[in-house]
Design a protein around this ligand. Structure first.
Ligand SMILES: [Fe+2]
Length: 347
């Protein structure tokens, strides 16, 4: 915690100075302010601050206590700056107000310095972790959105395919009782499942009409290429597995490994159905979207052959009864609609 920068705000000047001395003895850079306006100016002028400690009843008599104004300011303008509120008049109302203004912590006077120091360290460490986490989440979101865009740049007919497959897979996962953690991984696998198409020649990807045997063998390499592309996802082994397995079949006649039945885990089997459903329900260069009736018949016939028998029946019944509406977005992850797809159960 050496070198951290703290702003101390209290109209009891001696207290602000005492806390300041304690923090300085720990190697901190200390700034002090004794009234609200001074504190607001300091917040503007000190972008590198690590912590704000402020008295709640700063300049008593204000309609809104000065400390709460500062906490609110930080929540809006400096969301990564932790705020610790101090008060000599503890009350439940005040504690609630502190939480409402997103203050990180709340301490009563008289201030016990070792306690304040411990809580200050905790606040800074936790806030830094939170900031890092939200940065990682943002990067992760961006990267997993960029990869499908890269496939779409190569093959515009797949526009929106990944987004729709995410939604279909998640709906089926909810209906099949898949837990939240596995659903999260499944959504990522659904988003990335066709990433291997980046490694397939454009002439084959965008060929109008059916593929010949050799071309089919080339396109059938895309699950393995995808598996290699997402190798850095070492912490998500099942995401990689489900991407690798998304063209397997229940009867073992799929590719690339010819896995059978429950050799593919339930979320992986769900992804297989979701991808095929999208292939059937959307336009391709040589086929129109199938009707709900025809899709329902197909899933019924292929339950226990191409598809997990239970899942095949669920989709057949659902699509027959509700059509597209069967795939309601439960997860709020359907960012994009429309578009076409190249993927097909035959490929
Ligand atoms: Fe695929």
């Amino acid at each position: 915690m050496e070198g951290i920068s703290v702003l101390l705000v209290d109209d009891e000047k001696h207290l602000a100075r005492n806390i300041g001395k304690w923090f300085q003895s720990k190697g901190c850079r200390v700034h002090t302010a004794f009234e609200l306006e001074e504190a607001l100016s300091a917040l503007e002028a000190l972008p590198e601050l690590d912590l704000l400690i402020t008295d709640v009843y700063l300049q008593a008599g204000r309609a809104t206590p000065g400390g709460q104004i500062l906490a609110k300011y930080c929540a809006e303008k400096r969301p990564n700056l932790p705020v610790i509120l101090l008060t000599g008049k503890p009350s439940m109302d005040l504690a609630i107000a502190g939480i409402r203004t997103h203050a990180f912590d709340f301490l009563t006077k008289p201030v016990h310095m070792p306690t304040l120091w411990r809580r200050a360290q905790k606040a800074i460490t936790e806030m830094r972790l939170r900031a890092r986490l939200s940065e990682l989440e943002r990067d992760n979101k961006l990267l997993s959105a960029i990869l499908p865009n890269a496939i779409e740049a190569k093959d515009p007919t797949t526009r929106g395919h990944s987004d729709r497959v995410v939604r279909y897979a998640d709906t089926l996962a909810i209906k099949s009782g898949v837990g939240e953690e596995e659903r999260r991984d499944l959504r990522l696998a659904a988003r990335l499942h066709d990433v291997g198409k980046i490694g397939i020649p454009e002439a084959i990807l965008t060929k109008p009409g059916p593929l010949d045997r050799e071309e089919r063998l080339v396109i059938q390499q895309h699950p393995e290429i995808g598996f290699k592309i997402i190798e850095p996802l070492k912490d998500f082994p099942r995401v990689r597995d489900w991407v690798y397995q998304h063209h397997e079949r229940w009867d073992g006649r799929g590719y690339p490994q010819g896995l059978k039945g429950e050799e593919v885990a339930l979320p992986g089997r769900i992804l297989i159905l979701a991808e095929v459903y999208d292939a059937l329900a959307t336009t391709r260069s040589y086929k129109k979207p199938w009707s709900n009736e025809k899709i329902a018949d197909f899933f019924e016939e292929e339950a226990g052959h191409h598809f997990d028998p239970d899942l095949g029946k669920i989709v057949a019944e659902g699509v027959r009864e509700k059509g597209q509406d069967f795939f309601q977005a439960f997860s709020g992850n359907s960012e994009q609609e429309g578009g076409q797809t190249l993927s097909s159960p035959a490929q």
